[in-house]
Design a binder for this molecule. Sequence first.
Ligand code: ATP
Length: 248
Amino acid sequence: LGAPALLSVNNIEVIYDHVILVLKGVSLEIPQGGIVALLGANGAGKTTTLKAISNLLRAERGDVTKGSITLAGERVQHLTPNDLVRKGVIQVMEGRHCFEHLTVEENLLTGAYTRSEGAAAIQQDLEMVYEYFPRLKVRRNSQAGYTSGGEQQMTAIGRALMSRPKVVLLDEPSMGLAPQLVEQIFEIVKTINEQQGVSILLAEQNTNVALRYAKYGYILESGRVVMDGPADALRQNEDVKEFYLGLS
Ligand code: ATP
């Protein structure tokens, strides 16, 4: 991969409800400043992998029973989701998950909840988010529940940025959005990656678009990584073409 791994997932197993083995030894690496795609069909285990990293499995009776997860060499499995956010690991959940009754701006501000700097620094970051997503500035005073799907996805990503992350785990950002809007959002994510150095793990069923923005990809099938490699190589691989690229 070139750059040293910032986040490293080593051979993890995840079990739901003590019995359902969903991840059967998944390993992956996110280099500092990289965009990595996690691909696979519905149910392959992408969301579970992300939740294992951000420690959000407990609420769903899921548990990492084997393997390790490290951030810059430090084991982070035991940390709470909040502590992980403080360390710079944040997940943008599938389906956007805005606070519907809060305004767009209030949603963005909730993203800064783990930070202890003063209001000035947070205001500055709010302006940064508005620079990346001018549409959110226009909609800042609208109730999030009444904004479009694309605007809610932008709000969810902007909210994550407000925590000053090192790694953003993005779960299916393309879901339910028109192709043109998907492209627009991915372009902004790429710009954020380049300008802020934020590393990104991108879980996507839309293999086509994900492999155009990511440098490296992993393909999950039934809880196992069945293939991984540079994005260009995956796009040219016959199996990937047949089973994944035709779908999206
Ligand atoms: P999706 O596109 O639906 O998000 P995915 O690749 O992210 O798919 P996961 O959501 O990680 O897949 O699910 C992987 C497997 O784990 C599926 O078979 C799913 O039914 C199962 N699973 C997910 N959550 C739970 C849960 N809370 N309890 C039991 N099984 C679960």
